[in-house]
Design a protein around this ligand. Sequence first.
Ligand code: AMP
Length: 274
Amino acid sequence: MRIVKQLQELNDALAFESKRSIGFVPTMGFLHDGHRSLINASKKRADFTVVSIFINPTQFNNPSDLKNYPVSLKQDLIILEKEDVDLVFCPDFDNLYKNEKLVEIPLGTLDSVLEAKKRKGHFHGVIRVVNLFFKLINPNYAFFGEKDYQQYLIINQLTKIVFPQIEIIMCPTHREQSGLAMSSRNSRLSSEDFDRSIEIYKVLIFCKKNFDFSNRVELEKICLKKLSKFSKPEYFEIRHSDDLLNNGGKLKIWRAFAATNLGDIRLIDNIALN
Ligand code: AMP
């Protein structure tokens, strides 16, 4: 496994792979089985798998969230070696951003609801870094988790407009046995909050079981109340899976989205409803 920090080094390494298909898995490190499922998907699909580890400051709207984001590069590299990843890219900020050319893409509702509404500027930071990575790596496939479903939709939009040659593959949310969606942030939960956080998935399952197009507004309220019994919710919303609007008819595909806080840890999750 090759570990690369410099852009030129990355360029040289990838030039050797020009005849093989490249799969790319961007991460912010502190790897868990959710990340590993993306890596496995890439290894199945592509000849050469690149994983990036980069905590991207431009996507953090809250400085203390950035400061407290868990780091474990040494352990991450052991995991990636075991997974037989071909190349790990861990650039530093100045190097990665030094020749940045900003892209502007229309995002419509995607950039005004749910995470975009609560974390101002977050997705602009995500677009900036993924745009840089895609330009540098130009993968055939890039893998993103369903757990960050809104991010997946936004990356799809970026790709459609700027990188139509790249195929975006969404991988299912990997969960603890309890149902809690795996996340690097879970490591910062107290053991009591870790136990409580299991309830988030239970609320999503409750929503799925009781979902009917006609009762969705009432159901949102009930689920928000359920979340508030053990945490401090920011939203529980039922929206279309394709454009995140919430005014469509029966024929639409719907999804429920939750964001809630346990202590000072903010967790998000979502589930397909129909
Ligand atoms: P992160 O390191 O949290 O930025 O995540 C890197 C990638 O892993 C993103 O595409 C996430 O959506 C994905 N991911 C994070 N957690 C999970 C999970 N529990 N299951 C599947 N994918 C995940």
